[in-house]
Ligand binder design. Structure first.
Ligand SMILES: Cc1cc2nc3c(=O)[nH]c(=O)nc-3n(C[C@H](O)[C@H](O)[C@H](O)COP(=O)(O)O)c2cc1C
Ligand SMILES: Nc1ncnc2c1ncn2[C@@H]1O[C@H](COP(=O)(O)OP(=O)(O)O)[C@@H](O)[C@H]1O
Length: 308
């Protein structure tokens, strides 16, 4: 478990990273590739008996530079919390802003590390930084060479011959390929939200559904029906989940995640729940009759009960 340290905390000591072994990146998803690089930073820290740290940003730069097509794998809070579970001494969170990103690459590094130069820095070979992402691993190496900082630019971890990247995982999820995404993440893809009141029909249909309204930029998972686990108040249940505004009720509904939790009967309006996506079952569709909708959903629930 790592300490989470915010650089804009007035108590932050600029010398904290001096001599440390660090991994630097955004790390959306904290996937297998990210964890390899962070593990390498922990290794060089151990070898030199130095401090190990993950350096990341408080917000994902894509929120500023790719906001229109953003599909994040994790909220910033969840990302930082997940990084803090790893075997490093600290997660150092740098404040990100347009002005910060617009600096020339060398200035960017000066602001990041000038006050305390790490001894080792680990990044992926596609690492870019500074204005228009002009800085690359070679620039980082040149900067480090003058300051006693060794740069480890790692080949990206590959799976089936293709590098593991957050973008690849987003594509898989968008196509409903939750199993493959979980392999690259090293755990099932999860979404959190607060349960809202829906139209109150689920219960009459014979399957109550806890409804979530997930903002578009957090909805990496594609439309469809999935076998899932739902975590409610620390307990894990099987769940049958619809992703997408229900096509049958498209005019009235706005919730985009509907979670039927198996063997559960509690009022959880206003409570946070987490959904882990295990298996894609079928596309979401519009039904001509309520009977057909109920029979199909009951079939999905039975499948989850038997197979998960
Ligand atoms: C496992 C599961 C699969 C579902 N599949 C569909 C679907 O294919 N098409 C659809 O219009 N609604 C689908 N629904 C959503 C239901 O229509 C919705 O839960 C129901 O209308 C109750 O809505 P309410 O909770 O807002 O009252 C599904 C719900 C669940 C739990
Ligand atoms: N097994 C269950 N799965 C999901 N929600 C449940 C379950 N049992 C009780 N609930 C509660 O019932 C609510 C869903 O009831 P429902 O009739 O579908 O109404 P709504 O349209 O308001 O969601 C959930 O938000 C939750 O508080």
């Amino acid at each position: 478990m790592a300490a989470v340290i915010y650089r804009n905390d007035p108590a932050y000591d600029e010398a904290y990273l001096a001599g440390a072994s660090v991994a630097f990146g955004v790390f959306d998803g904290v996937h297998e590739g990210h964890r390899f690089i962070i593990g390498e930073a922990a290794n060089t820290a151990r070898e030199e008996d130095e401090r190990s740290a993950v350096i990341t940003f408080d917000i994902d730069p894509d929120e500023m530079f790719a906001a229109d097509k953003l599909k994040k794998l994790m909220t910033n809070e969840a990302r930082i919390a997940k990084l803090a579970e790893l075997d490093v001494d600290a997660v150092v969170v740098l404040p990100f802003s347009r002005e910060f990103a617009a600096q020339a690459p060398a200035d960017f590094l000066e602001v990041c590390f000038g006050g305390g130069v790490p001894r080792h820095i680990h990044i992926g070979s596609d690492f870019r930084f500074g204005n228009r992402a002009a800085g690359n691993v070679e620039d980082l190496r040149a900067w480090g060479a003058e300051r006693g900082m060794e740069v480890h630019g790692h080949e990206l971890v590959a799976e089936r011959g293709v590098p593991v990247t957050s973008t690849r995982i987003r594509h898989l999820l968008g196509e409903g390929r939750s199993r493959e995404a979980a392999e690259l993440l090293g755990r099932p893809y999860g979404l959190s939200g607060t349960v809202r009141a829906g139209r109150g029909e689920g219960r009459d249909f014979g399957f109550a559904t806890a409804n979530l309204e997930v903002p578009g930029d957090m909805l990496a998972i594609g439309e469809g029906v999935y076998a899932c686990y739902a975590v409610v108040d620390g307990a894990r249940y099987k769940a049958a989940v619809n992703v997408g505004v229900p096509a049958t009720f498209a005019d009235e509904a706005k919730e985009n995640i509907e979670v039927h939790i198996l063997d559960f009967n509690e009022n959880i309006y206003g409570q946070p729940i987490e959904v882990e996506f295990i298996e894609w079952l079928r596309p979401m569709r519009s039904f001509d009759s309520t009977e057909e909708l109920i029979a199909t959903v009951m079939g999905n629930i039975a499948w989850v009960r038997e197979n998960l």
